[in-house]
Design a protein around this ligand. Sequence first.
Ligand code: DAH
Length: 366
Amino acid sequence: MDYAAIRHDGLARIAAAPDLASVEQLRIALLGKHGSISALLKTLGAMTPEQRQGEGPQIHGLREAVTVALAERKAALEEAALDARLAAETVDLTLPAPETPRGTVHPVSQVMDELAEIFADMGFAVATGPEIEDDWHNFTALNMPETHPARAMHDTFYFPDQGPHGGQMLLRTHTSPVQIRTMLSQGAPLRIIAPGRVYRSDSDATHTPMFHQIEGLVIDKGIHLGHLKWTLETFLRAFFERDDIVLRLRPSYFPFTEPSVEVDTGYAMEGGRRVVGGSGDDPGHGWMELLGSGMVNPHVLRAGGLDSDEWQGFAFGVGVDRLAMLKYGMNDLRAFFDGDVRWLAHYGFSALDVPTLSAGVGAPAA
Ligand code: DAH
């Protein structure tokens, strides 16, 4: 076998690859599962030990050379693409400022304002808590003691510092600690929402290390699941501005609620995207999970300083970014936080589009 010729030919083809797609095609053709060099590697198995001693290093050397050449070509093409982009996207700072202001309100801010408006109408106040939280408020007080397996699902960012109740300081993984803080500072009865940033070590098209949640908490006497369902239905009908929102409550588990329910909503596919509305059991419809909720666990009420024989409550937590994507039709969460002015100009809102119930919480995009 003329390995030198194969190498020469392979390297020449890699050097001539005009773009990233052809580099990838070559990688598959040479090193992929059915690639030509992979096939050569497989011939080693059938060789005598002497043959293998002679051929083995040559075939491995060939694979190594091709692997390195592919990586180098890929890096060079990526750099060239970046250079071209930087050259094409220069901003001329000497140009005069535009006559009309260009800034827009981020869809996440807009949706948080919409939510505050909807819940204010139902008598909810807005509560806040720190993003740098301690272990006790984020976990222990929410019925997740140190050994609780649910902690592992939170992919927590920890600080080296110790917190006030023992355990490390951390970036809050959900808005639920605001439940504890508000019960402790305000007592009962309570009716609050807590919107804000939360953090988890996770990143793909639908997860970013920082994202937004809104927490709801109602504490009063004689509160039951019916109040929860009515509140969520009323909120979602106002938010999506349609009356045919159908919810399905599924039994679930959260340490801080008992019983716990996961809430699904019916949707249909329209123009390649999910549009909330109708029953998930209707023809052409499906159910999708929207949020977690339940009746506040008595352990949590007691951690919040309340008498759990006297008070009951319900709570819910929902992803704000996800609500924004569903309502306004974006499909990649990462773009939310890139700060690309073209995206912001397209999806952002005019500062004058203040959401109000009378004018419609879903003001059109600017
Ligand atoms: N904290 C939960 C999470 O981030 C969401 C959640 C579920 C909040 C149920 C709640 C609740 O208040 O009752 O995954």
